[in-house]
Design a protein around this ligand. Structure first.
Ligand code: CP3
Length: 355
């Protein structure tokens, strides 16, 4: 089944016919749909309020809180899609990996994976391990009406980088040492992560997510040949495992200008682009038959309204001849962003592209 067939999981007609899902399927749309990576989060005062005193990972396991946080940006900004509130390390936590999310730092792993024996930390994920996800998505789809919900997961490479480094990294030296130094262990690690990721995405789709995004945030650290050889097969396994559902599959990473072709080939229906490559050039690199998502620099939102609008016009002009365009930032909303600038941006894109 392709993303252009009706999905296997039941979803309301209004959701199926939403501008976001139509753009993902490269159908004509009433306006260019907009959502923002990290739209739920610290930029919103209502988020900071409900998160007070609740650690990040714990908040991901409370269905009522997840539902409230996921809905906040939909209510406030009128975005065209919700993204399930969670984190890329949640499925790893769910299978018992010793990790935490440290405020202002990110995911930190107790016992980094560097040897074959360390692989024992990674068992298969079952739906029961993440029953709170199924519960929260049931509550969410009831509240969302025709607004689609995007499920997501971290891609095997980006998850491996946290597991191997033990936390965030700028250089990925341990990750690359393992990738180049023990080809078989690397392949086995990524394959295991692909199975966990696929299982986590299936839970979200079966519960009612109507699109999924695979975040390979840090794949841009790799040269194209290494990406193809050492990473693409595992990401392709993830996309292949969810193909039968027929929901659009989005593939995104930062600094991936040189990887856009292979990231599409991995099995994405929509390729996410950061702000470094204009969308018309990105379309040439990705080739026909795929929609694009992006790509306003999130830092532009700190400039005056006129500058934001001028840059937004540049993005929309570059997207004018795309087969399908989902407007987004080139990476996540920064925590100190003025939420009103985001609301204005949604209105601006909708008005400017109304047909
Ligand atoms: O609205 C949404 O986009 C959904 C929520 C979401 C979170 N994490 C919540 C979160 C999503 C999609 C993610 C994905 C994620 N997590 C990625 C891929 C996306 C990207 O940014 O490239 C990555 C690399 C992570 C790992 C991670 N988790 C980082 C780097 C951080 C930031 C650390 C910090 O404090 O600055 C986290 C923590 C995290 N995940 C927060 C949120 C809202 C901040 C914690 C908080 O609000 O207390």
């Amino acid at each position: 089944m392709s993303a252009n067939d009706r999905p296997v999981t039941g979803q309301p007609t209004a959701t199926y016919d939403s501008a976001f899902l139509k753009a993902c399927r490269r159908e004509s749309v009433p306006h260019t749909p907009v959502w923002f990576m990290r739209q739920a989060g610290r930029s919103l005062p209502e988020y900071r309020k409900v998160r007070e005193g609740v650690p990040m990972l714990e908040s991901c396991m409370r269905p009522e809180l997840v539902t409230e946080i996921t809905l906040q940006p939909v209510r406030r900004h009128g975005v065209d899609a919700a993204i399930y509130f969670s984190d890329i390390v949640v499925p790893l936590k769910a299978i018992g990996v010793d990790l935490d999310i440290k405020p202002g730092v990110g995911p930190v792993v107790g016992h980094p994976i560097r040897t074959r024996a360390d692989l024992a930390q990674l068992r298969d994920l079952t739906p029961e391990d993440v029953s709170y996800v199924t519960e929260a998505i049931g509550m969410l789809t009831a509240e969302l009406g025709g607004t689609p919900l995007i499920g997501f997961a971290g891609a095997p490479f980006t998850l491996a980088s946290y597991l191997i480094e033990g936390g965030p990294s700028r250089t990925y030296e341990n990750t690359k040492a393992l990738m180049y130094g023990d080809v078989q262990l690397w392949a086995d690690l990524l394959d295991r992560l692909a199975d966990i990721t696929a299982a986590f995405l299936k839970v979200q789709i079966e519960a009612g997510a109507s699109a999924i995004q695979l975040f390979d945030s840090w794949a841009g650290a790799l040269a194209p040949a290494d990406y193809r050889r050492s990473v693409l097969p595992a990401s392709a396994k993830v996309f292949g495992a969810v193909e039968e559902y027929g929901v659009p599959r989005i593939h995104f990473g930062v600094g991936t200008g040189e990887l856009l072709g292979p990231m599409g080939e991995a099995g994405a229906d929509v390729v996410g682009v950061d702000w470094r490559v204009p969308l018309d050039e990105a379309a040439r690199r990705v080739g026909p038959g795929k929609a694009l998502q992006g790509n306003l620099d999130p830092a532009i939102l700190f400039a005056p309204r006129e500058a934001v609008e001028a840059k937004t016009r540049e993005v929309l002009d570059a997207a004018a001849r795309l087969e399908g365009h989902v407007f987004n930032l080139g990476h996540g909303v920064m925590p100190s962003t003025d939420p009103d600038a985001l609301t204005r941006l949604v209105e601006y894109v909708h008005t400017r592209t109304a047909r």
